[in-house]
Design a protein around this ligand. Structure first.
Ligand SMILES: Nc1ncnc2c1ncn2[C@@H]1O[C@H](COP(=O)(O)OP(=O)(O)OP(=O)(O)O)[C@@H](O)[C@H]1O
Length: 862
């Protein structure tokens, strides 16, 4: 508004060079009247708020809304002037800390007491002189207007180009605050930010000389043109106007109260922040001094840890990385420990909890696992507690109190991720514990669950991503048995562990013997294989049989029941009580073996598990490593038997096909099962490690076998399969292809040993000559086989397909193989010409394993 008036008076071009010759601000008479009434209703009023004063001032000096009652208007104006006028302009409101030298830029509100600080040194704003100057002009008080203009011009400054600027405000510099407070107006003020008053010639294109731009402010019916619709004498309109005026007055009261409330709330927040900050500073100091002490006494701490290990666990020597992990977390540094199942991860947080003051919060994914650990630790004399949804309220309240009680003896608090993410009370207890300097560390067991690339992603683990920000001084210790590089990187990023020390113990479990066993064709025969193992090779030993589904568990169990074995089944559909009973019987060796789904798994702490049989392949290599790793936790030899039949692949893939990386992971297990090389080396490769040929120490079936593998050319058979698929009128499942193939097989194919048809197809899937495609079925997706990436190359004969065959079986292939085994040892990546391979590998023709089954001719495009 001030600007538009200036345009009219001082030839400023408000509307730009393109503006019309007459620009009109149109204020309809009824609106003008209504505004007048509203303004009248709120005048006169003492000054308490800067927003109110500044707006009142500009409104009452604006002609369109000018209050008709001159007396009232002048009264308000004079009282505001008396209160607010200074030498440099008007104060926005009294006791205003805004932009003064004493203002705290981080605070928005001050209470009345604090505001006294700013008395007499409020900033003064020349803009209000401009309003007044305009007001005098419109009131036709020429002398006063000239006087006001002189006042404004005295306050103007010039920029480096000599253009006049009106400073936004004038303030008392800090060194003059004292003097100004003693005597108001005694000190020279400095100008704050500057605003342009007159446009620079360069930034304002010249107006056409004959175009005078005018602003007409219409404030009467006559000027606006007569309008019969407005009848200002009607009673209704008067009543409406008065109601509006009442409403406006109520609103202004409400606004004032809301403003007051906000001020008080803001003040409360500031005080609370101050209290919290003080506590945090104190906590940081305590933690820092504790860390300093830990650094100095590291050798002493080592001795203490050793003593406690012996005293509480009977452990005389630490395993590799145990001590390093413990000292790292005791120093207050974040750490992720990747150590194989049974490697001794629990010790790395339990001993530090005992050795140093404070409480360790242990996030663990399974209640049963927590129960086992907590009851074992209690027996050992630890002060330990567990908070789950099943913990009774009074007990829970006591634990939460203890977490922040400096006199509490509590050392470890186990909690589920769900509790941390959803229970406000637990969160608040953690905060209190932290503020009291008692939160010694946060331990995250099975930390790979944080990552969605991991095999056990748990959405509730995501909340743990906030821990580092909330408790920056508390170290995090993450533990897992399996984490590929990708998962580890994801874990570090989700948990915000930028300075974390990942410690990776070798994944190798030298005491585990890995074996893949051909699985019989039907359930009773499979059960008989399992029974033979349990009664024979594993007689008197404790073990587990892992099944793919609940149904499989029950079927296996029903067939095993004939063999008079001490076996029971376990899956998630059993009641908690039933599961507990079975678990405990097995722990006490009253059951030799449990036939279970993977619901029985994480956290099993039985040391003498001597065998793990997988009735079906696992859904990923990580899963297999972890499940089979439950054997031999005592370090003694144990055996891991994977039963494999090609059709099991489809059970797994139809379950994993909806997960983007699921199929790939299933095929990695397939690769492990079909491998003719060292199983340990295959596992190592998966985890980005290397195990040399001798390191296995014949602790896998392939390394132990005396029967060499020979590569046989199976291209002919593969082409037969491709022909079946090619001629199909509908999609074919694996079983349909086998049935079709059997019915039409050639003389040559008929000579193949039983089972090789399946093996050839599954091999084709693994190598990408065929691929699976899934369609919705009644209960789950159904897998069909279709042409894959390399189909064309095989059909045309540019790509040969080889299968590793143990030598006793080679007889079936001798007559039909076109190329001897010697041609096979070529990697597709290297693309070595076939003939050179022949030469190179002749001497090794009957030697064993580790050859790629696909050979590309030198001119193949792959
Ligand atoms: N230094 C050690 N010397 C001898 N035994 C140890 C040592 N450290 C741990 N153990 C024992 O090894 C067994 C397995 O330890 P622990 O339960 O901590 O393994 P883990 O790595 O946590 O396994 P999981 O991944 O299954 O949880 C326990 O019986 C434990 O007492």
């Amino acid at each position: 508004m001030a600007k538009s008036a200036l345009v009219a008076i001082r030839d400023l071009n408000l509307f730009g060079a393109q503006g019309g010759e007459r620009s009109v601000i149109c204020v309809p008479p009824d609106m003008s009247r209504q505004c007048n009434r509203v303004i009248q209703a709120i005048l006169p009023r003492g000054s308490k708020s800067k927003e109110f004063d500044s707006s009142v001032w500009s409104i009452i000096t604006y002609p369109a809304f000018a209050v008709e009652n001159d007396e009232l208007r002048n009264l308000t104006k004079e009282s505001l002037k008396k209160n607010l006028e200074g030498n440099y302009g008007y104060k926005r409101f009294l006791l205003d800390g805004y932009k003064t030298a004493l203002e705290d830029k981080f605070r928005l509100h001050y209470n009345l007491g604090e505001l006294r600080n700013f008395e007499g040194i409020e900033c003064e704003w020349p803009i209000y002189f401009i309003y007044e100057w305009i007001d005098e002009l419109f009131s036709k008080n020429t002398d006063k207007a000239i006087a006001m203009q002189a006042k404004v011009e005295k306050l103007m400054v010039t920029d480096e180009d000599g253009y006049p600027l009106v400073p936004e405000f004038y303030f008392v510099p800090s060194e003059r605050v004292k003097g100004e407070k003693l005597l108001n107006g005694s000190q020279i003020r400095l100008c704050g930010a500057q605003v342009l008053c007159k446009k620079k010639a360069s930034s304002c294109p010249a107006m056409p000389t004959n175009a005078s731009q005018e602003v007409v402010i219409v404030n009467s019916d006559e000027e606006f043109g007569s309008n019969d619709e407005f009848d200002d004498d009607t009673d209704d309109e008067m009543e409406l106007a008065s109601l509006d005026s009442d409403l406006a007055s109520i609103k202004s009261k409400i606004d004032r109260l809301v403003e007051q409330r906000e001020t008080i709330l803001a003040k409360k927040r500031v005080v609370l922040d101050r209290v919290k900050e003080k506590k945090c500073r104190q906590t940081s100091r305590e933690i820092a001094s504790q860390r300093a002490k830990t650094n100095i006494i590291a050798p002493l701490m080592e001795a203490k840890l050793k003593k406690l290990a012996d005293q509480y666990y009977g452990i005389k020597e630490f395993r590799p990385l145990q001590l390093e992990t413990m000292l790292t977390t005791l120093k207050g540094e974040d750490c992720i420990l990747i150590m194989p199942t049974g490697g001794g991860k629990s010790l790395t947080f339990q001993l530090p909890a005992l050795a140093a003051p404070g409480i360790s919060v242990v996030v663990s994914p399974l209640i049963s696992l927590m129960e086992d650990q907590v009851s074992a630790l209690k027996k050992q004399g630890f002060e330990v507690a567990m908070v789950t949804s099943a913990t009774p309220q009074p007990e829970q309240a006591k634990i939460l109190r203890n977490m922040a009680d400096p006199n509490s003896k509590l050392k470890l608090v186990y909690v589920t991720p769900e509790k941390i993410s959803k229970a406000k009370r637990f969160q608040s207890a953690m905060e209190k514990s932290y503020e009291a300097g008692m939160l010694a560390r946060i331990v995250i067991d099975e930390v790979h669950c944080v990552s969605q690339w991991g095999h056990d992603f748990r959405p509730d683990y995501k909340i743990l991503g906030t821990m580092k920000r909330q408790y920056p001084n508390t170290p995090i210790l993450g533990l897992t048995a399996t984490a590929t590089e990708k998962v580890l990187a994801d874990v570090l990023s989700v948990l915000h562990l930028s300075h974390c020390k990942p410690l990776r113990a070798g994944f190798n479990r030298p005491n585990l013997f890995y074996e893949v066993m051909e699985k019989a064709a039907n359930p009773p025969a499979v059960a008989s294989q399992i029974a033979d193992l349990i009664k024979g090779r594993f007689a008197g030993q404790s073990g587990l049989v892992y099944c793919f589904s609940r149904n499989d568990c029950e079927v296996v169990m029903s067939h095993l029941s004939k063999y008079n074995l001490k076996v029971a089944y376990y899956h998630a559909a059993l009641s908690v009580q039933e599961r507990k009973e079975i678990h405990h019987k097995w722990l006490r060796n009253e059951l030799q073996c449990i036939v279970a789904t993977i619901a029985f798994g994480m956290g099993i702490d039985k040391h003498d598990v001597r065998f793990i049989i997988h009735h079906t392949i696992s859904k990923s290599v990580e899963n297999y490593y972890q499940e089979s790793g439950r054997a031999g936790r005592d370090g003694q030899e144990a055996q891991c038997v994977l039963m494999f039949t090609p059709s099991d692949l489809f059970k797994i893939t139809s379950m994993t096909c909806q997960d983007s990386s699921g199929i790939g992971k299933s095929y990695e297990v397939l690769g492990f099962a079909l491998s003719s090389g060292c199983r340990r080396a295959a596992l190592a490769q998966h985890f980005g490690e290397h195990v040399g040929a001798t390191e296995c120490k014949r602790m896998c079936d392939n390394c132990r076998s005396t029967v060499p593998f020979v590569k046989q050319d199976v291209t002919y058979y593969v082409q037969e399969v491709l022909e079946i698929i090619n001629k199909k009128e509908k999609d074919l499942t694996f079983a349909m292809i086998i049935a079709e193939w059997k019915s039409k097989r050639s003389e040559k194919t008929k000579k193949l040993a039983p089972g090789y048809l399946d093996k050839i197809i599954i091999h084709c899937l693994k190598e990408g000559i065929l691929k699976e495609k899934f369609k919705a079925g009644m209960y789950k997706p159904i897998s069909y086989c279709e042409e894959g990436h390399y189909t064309r190359a095989v059909k045309s004969g540019t790509l040969k397909v080889y299968l590793d065959i143990p030598t006793p079986h080679t007889a079936q292939f001798i007559a039909t193989s076109a190329i001897s085994a010697a041609s096979a040892s070529v990697s597709s990546e290297k693309k070595v010409p076939t003939h050179s391979v022949l030469m190179k590998s002749k001497s090794k023709s009957t030697s064993t394993k580790k050859r790629k089954a696909i050979v590309f001719d030198s001119d193949s495009d792959g």
